[in-house]
Each structure stands twice: as structure tokens, then as C-alpha cells.
Write a protein of this length. Structure first.
Length: 264
């Protein structure tokens, strides 16, 4: 009996790849960049399974071109906004993702970005490499204190709560905004206070985004919401890029509306 055929849009870690190879005939796209759209359309016509990444737009056109043998689409990501779920459902093709797998890792990286932005780690590293470092100075790259600062968490799901747990170690004042998870019992343990988005943006020294990308969150952070933030505030995004209007963010940074942004 022939093995199912699977197309994987990028090389994934061997631990996962070996599991698929043990049960399927596998083709892996060899490039560092995503396969071109025409390649993706061609491959879905002849495979039983597609393992894609969040950078692969599996939209209605791609799914419409899938052969009748395509049984599953798996996304190597927690989010799945790159896949047209309605089109997949209409074809009876189940879609899988990897929820929870990167919760703690993403929270770690959020704090890495927060610390680096607050203490000007990147600027200091660039100054040293460029030969601009002379000696310690009392006003050189002072940065902002993190301990006892106010952290605003937009999206209080698994990752947002994991970030809050880390913030407790810095004695931060924690605010959160999430219409879907207001007044969680765990928020009491985390000493986190639910507030509306405007209050969070106005009061926070650090704002970190942990929402999925949806119609409600597309361009959530834009000119109007950036204007609510403190001029000393730091914006951190480890969610989807589309949650922020990048042109508006660029202008806010250029004009001093906010102090800094740290983006994944």
C-alpha cells in the first residue's frame, strides 16, 4: 500500500520531520524563503497532506486548487490566520495547529525584548561595534527602570498570563485588556487588573501585545491608539505584525509620540 504524500513548505526540526517520514512520503521545500505561490498551488493538487508555516498564504484559491485526495492541512504555528478556514471547511479539509507549544517560549522572548528595549541593549551593542564607546558616563544610555513600572498586557490568554507571571518577579504593576477573558480568577493571583484599552494605553510604561490577528485586532495599534500612550512608553509585539499599522508606528517613533518599539 502506497504511503500518503505530504508536502512541507520548509525544513522543520528533525524530531517532527522524522515522525512524518515514518508514515508518509515526504517532500520538503528546500529554500529559506516560502515556496512561491505557483509552487504551493501545484503541490496541493497531488498530495494527501500539507504542512505549512504562518508565512504561507493558504487562501481560497490555493484550497480550490487542491486535489480531491487532500485530507489535511497542518499549520506549524499557534496562529492560523494564514489559512482560509471557511474554504477548507467547505472542502471538508480539517486544519490543525500547535496550540500551547510556544507559550512559555514566547513569554520569555517578550521579556527579552522588554529588557533590551528598556535598557538600550541593542543601541549599546551597536555603539561598541562601531567604535563609539569611550567610557562610562552618568547619562549614557540610561534607559528606563522595569521594576515597579506599569505593564499593560493586551490579550490575556495563555501567553499574556505567562508574561504576567514573569512581571511579578519585577514587582510590576500589571494591567490587562481582553474582552474575552475579563475577570479571570487567575488574574487575582497575578495581581493583574482588567481595564479598558484606553486606560491601559494611557497608564502603561510598557505595552505588550498578545492577541490573535482577526478583523477586530487588525490595526488595533494605529495613530489614534498610539497617541494615547505615554511619550516614554515602550511597545512590544510578539503577536502578528498586522495588529500594528507599521506606517503609523514609524511616524509615532519618528515624532516622539512613544519612546521605543520592540518587534518580534
Amino acid at each position: 500500500m502506497a504511503k500518503p504524500r505530504v508536502f512541507i513548505t520548509r525544513l522543520i526540526p528533525e524530531e517532527g520531520l522524522s515522525l512524518i517520514r515514518g508514515a508518509c512520503e515526504v517532500e520538503v521545500w528546500p529554500g529559506e524563503l516560502p515556496p512561491p505561490r505557483e509552487v504551493l498551488i501545484e503541490k496541493v493538487r497531488s498530495v494527501d497532506g500539507l504542512l505549512c508555516l504562518l508565512t504561507d498564504p493558504v487562501d481560497a484559491e490555493v484550497i480550490a486548487n487542491a486535489g480531491p485526495q487532500l485530507k489535511v492541512i497542518s499549520n506549524h504555528a499557534v496562529g492560523y490566520d494564514n489559512i482560509d478556514l471557511a474554504a477548507a471547511t467547505a472542502r471538508g479539509i480539517p486544519v490543525g495547529n500547535t496550540p500551547g507549544i510556544l507559550t512559555e517560549t514566547t513569554a520569555d522572548f517578550t521579556f527579552a525584548l522588554l529588557l533590551a528595549a528598556a535598557r538600550h541593549v541593542s543601541e549599546g551593542e551597536r555603539a561598541v561595534r562601531a567604535g563609539r564607546w569611550l567610557t562610562w558616563g552618568p547619562t549614557t544610555l540610561l534607559g528606563a527602570d522595569i521594576h515597579q513600572a506599569t505593564l499593560g498586557i493586551v490579550g490575556f490568554g495563555r501567553i499574556g498570563r505567562a508574561v504576567a507571571r514573569r512581571a511579578l518577579g519585577f514587582a510590576m504593576n500589571i494591567l490587562y485588556h481582553d474582552p474575552l477573558t475579563s475577570h479571570l480568577p487567575e488574574s487575582m493571583q497575578l495581581h493583574a487588573r482588567p481595564v479598558d484599552l484606553e486606560t491601559l494605553l494611557r497608564e502603561s510604561d510598557f505595552v505588550t501585545l498578545h492577541t490573535p490577528l482577526s478583523e477586530q485586532t487588525q490595526r488595533l495599534i494605529r495613530r489614534e491608539t498610539l497617541a494615547l500612550m505615554k511619550p516614554t512608553a515602550v511597545l512590544i509585539n510578539t503577536a502578528r505584525g498586522g495588529v500594528i499599522d507599521t506606517q503609523d508606528l514609524y511616524e509615532a517613533l519618528r515624532d516622539g509620540v512613544i519612546a521605543c518599539a520592540a518587534l518580534d
